[in-house]
Design a protein around this ligand. Structure first.
Ligand code: ADE
Ligand code: ZN
Length: 341
């Protein structure tokens, strides 16, 4: 399917830094053009007359108001082809943004709840990911997230349904509405995932309190924290995250659009770097939040006055924090060091 094209590369524009994207919800890359194309292909009626009208709905008061639209638009994703087209469209854009490696979240429960099998989702995504190295020069991993506003039993059922596909999945994660749904609720399913040899990550400290970051570390045993910006409210936690070099996948444009932070100029990213935290910059749900990976790098550079060396540190951090094997990680780190804009 002809999906929305990636912006053309301009030979005179500076080349973006090579980077890894570690916090990216594939369903959050559904651009209005592709949403309408898939709606037509699948005979789904969207409650918006035009792409512009849909885009005008992208004004969010908080995480929940975004999630309402995010889940509603998923109605257009029905077949393996749809998931393959979605992932392929993301990868084409990611290439233009300097992404060399992408660790991609998906939300199986948001699809199984609509009668779409987990096999349809994973096989469709995998079809695009399997061609990503050849087509776009991007290495990829898949991270299966549990919806924390669903029950612990639903997460366990999802994990069991995913067992035949675990060879394609690198890690499990935890996302959706944070407040009132502490990590502890998912202790059992994360223990099963670790037993199965998977890595673990969790959204924590986005809207929820720093206490959820402690829980994600101590009870779920996560390898990375997604967002984590509210760690800055707890000095002891910052000291621990810095000492253990726990990666934090920060999403600056998302934080502003979801009103976690009032203004990008007030983002705690510089303070987090000064505190010695292993911070990375990511796009979260780029179709909704106004920018892909390098757009986030550019936005923090401009709003926070970050210099070239700091941007390079952020790019290096993205590979250091990835689940890549050591040889590939070193190869990408050398690319960052050798990069000239
Ligand atoms: N699912 C998609 N984007 C999310 C976010 N920013 N926080 C929690 N869950 C999400
Ligand atoms: Zn997220």
């Amino acid at each position: 399917m002809a999906s929305s094209p990636a912006p053309p590369s301009d030979v005179s524009a500076p080349r973006p830094l090579p980077k890894a994207e570690l916090h990216l919800h594939i369903e959050g890359t559904l651009e209005p053009e592709l949403a309408f194309a898939l709606a037509e292909r699948n005979g789904v009626k969207l409650p918006y007359a035009t792409e512009d009208e849909l885009r005008r709905a992208y004004s969010f008061a908080d995480l929940q108001s975004f999630l309402n639209l995010y889940y509603a638009l998923m109605a257009v994703l029905r077949t393996e082809d749809d998931f393959a087209d979605l992932a392929d469209a993301y990868l084409a854009r990611a290439k233009e943004q300097g992404v060399r490696h992408a660790e991609i979240f998906f939300d199986p429960q948001a699809h199984t709840a609509r009668g779409i099998s987990i096999g349809t989702v994973v096989n469709g995504l995998a079809r695009a990911l399997d061609r990503a190295q050849e087509n776009y020069g991007i290495s990829t991993r898949l991270i299966m997230c549990f919806l924390r506003d669903e029950s612990a039993e639903s997460a366990l059922t999802t994990f069991e349904a995913a067992r035949p596909h675990l060879h394609r999945i690198t890690a499990v994660g935890l996302d959706s509405a944070e407040v009132g749904h502490p990590p502890e609720k998912f202790k059992e399913v994360f223990a099963l995932a670790r037993e199965a040899g998977l890595k673990c990550v969790a959204h924590a400290g986005e809207e929820g309190p720093a206490a959820y970051i402690w829980e994600a570390l101590d009870i779920l045993g996560v390898d990375r924290i997604d967002h984590g910006v509210r760690c800055m409210e707890d000095e002891r936690l910052v000291a621990r995250l810095a000492a253990e070099q726990v990666p934090l996948t920060v999403c600056p444009l998302s934080n502003v659009r979801l009103r976690v932070i009032d203004d990008l100029a007030d983002h705690p990213l510089p303070a987090m770097l000064d505190a010695g935290l292993l911070v990375t910059v990511n796009s979260d749900d780029p179709a909704y939040f106004g920018g892909y990976a390098d757009d986030n790098f550019t936005a923090v550079r401009d709003a926070l006055g970050l210099d070239e060396a700091t941007l390079r540190t952020l790019a290096r951090n993205s590979f250091r924090a990835s689940f890549l094997d050591e040889a590939t990680r070193e190869k990408y780190l050398k690319e960052v060091d050798a990069h000239q804009a």
